[in-house]
Ligand binder design. Structure first.
Ligand SMILES: [Fe+2]
Length: 353
């Protein structure tokens, strides 16, 4: 990874610099500030409230040698966490998160996911929304799975703005299929109930997962990032498009893939932490060029972020949360200090953090 000389590389040509201050993410009052200076670059920092960048490819699979191992959180805040998991084999053990909705993004791999409502054959690029109290298990892994997982105490729903153009819910969002033949037969089975950061294990002498039929509202939902289409504009900056909604507005998920739009302005996001998941190229997202890279800008830290108008194309998505995230020990191991212009590793690696 090359580092940039921030002052040479990321100062826009235009002068003066226009900054945007916003409340409530993209929906609240907004105001502009005009300055001669370009304010994202900082020379060094002391303290723990700093932007970070993570490469999930650096996550060791040894933590997941046991298929019953829970995901590893890299950041967590009030009722929200960002977690990673590697699954190399199927398991008879199932999970049920009783305090949080889980949004799983399949970065790599293929497998069969059994749920209370039937099964899904998942593939790279799939988002699977597993609301709280739904039991699920990785019944089979045909190619090692790497997942990014957002866990939130508030209720998430697949509710794209500008549907069906951005995401055709009727055509491209599906639900699991019941499979009465999936009973694994006699034996001991475990359901690992997750309640916050604690786990309680329920044991059974029968397979509790098979489903004869399911009806009613779609609870578990799945769509693929290939079916999410970016909006474009010929001039001006277009706000990212919401895909996953939260009625409390606490935690939202947006499409942030390449599109025709001006580079975002220098930005003061007063109320939301921003976590961006760069999941596919070939185009680079500023200084981010490795799929599996996650950037985190804590709320209130001035940033610009890279150019999004990248003709080669890339896929990315954005988590915005009012929760104030903080690094976990695993996040600290995996993360690097980040500059907030092009989201490169910060040139000052001697910072005390
Ligand atoms: Fe931003």
């Amino acid at each position: 990874m090359s580092t940039v000389n921030i002052h040479d590389d990321v100062v826009p040509d235009e002068s003066p610099n226009i900054e945007l201050y916003t409340r409530n993410g993209f929906t609240g009052p907004a105001a502009t500030i005009i300055r001669a200076q370009y304010t994202p670059p900082y020379s060094r920092v002391q303290g723990a409230y700093v932007p970070y960048r993570f490469d999930m490819n650096g996550l060791s699979s040894s933590a997941f040698a046991d298929p019953e191992a829970p995901p590893v959180a890299i950041m967590e805040g009030e009722g929200v966490s960002v977690e990673l998991a590697i699954r190399t084999q199927g398991s008879a053990a199932a999970f049920r998160n009783v305090f949080g909705d889980e949004l799983h993004y399949v970065m790599e791999g293929e497998g069969r996911l059994d749920t209370d409502f039937g099964y899904l054959e998942v593939r790279p690029g799939d988002f699977v929304l597993l609301p709280r109290a739904v039991t699920y298990r990785w019944a089979a892994v045909t190619r090692a799975l790497r997942e990014m997982i957002v866990v939130t105490a508030s209720e998430l729903s697949v509710d794209p703005r500008n549907a069906p153009g951005v995401l055709n819910v009727d055509r491209d969002v599906d639900v699991p299929t019941p499979d009465p033949t999936s009973d694994r037969g006699p034996g001991e089975y475990v359901v690992i109930v997750r309640h916050g950061s604690a786990f309680t294990r329920y044991f059974y002498d029968y397979d509790p997962m098979p489903v004869l039929a399911a009806a009613g509202a779609p609870i578990v939902r799945r769509y693929n990032i290939a079916d999410v289409h970016s909006l474009s504009v010929d001039s001006g900056h277009l706000m990212p498009t919401r895909i996953i909604n939260d009625a409390t507005t606490r935690t939202l998920v947006f499409d942030l893939s390449s599109r025709r739009s001006d580079r975002p302005p220098v930005h003061h996001n007063a109320d939301y932490d921003e976590v961006i998941f760069y999941v596919a190229g070939p185009g680079h997202y500023g200084a981010v060029d490795r799929p599996g890279t996650i950037t985190w800008t804590p709320k209130g830290i001035i940033h610009q972020g890279p150019e999004e108008n990248v003709p080669e194309g890339y896929k990315a998505w954005l988590l915005e949360t009012r929760a104030s995230l903080a690094l976990t020990p695993a996040g600290r191991d995996l993360g690097r200090l980040m500059e907030t212009g092009r989201f490169d590793i910060h040139p000052s690696q001697s910072a005390t953090v």
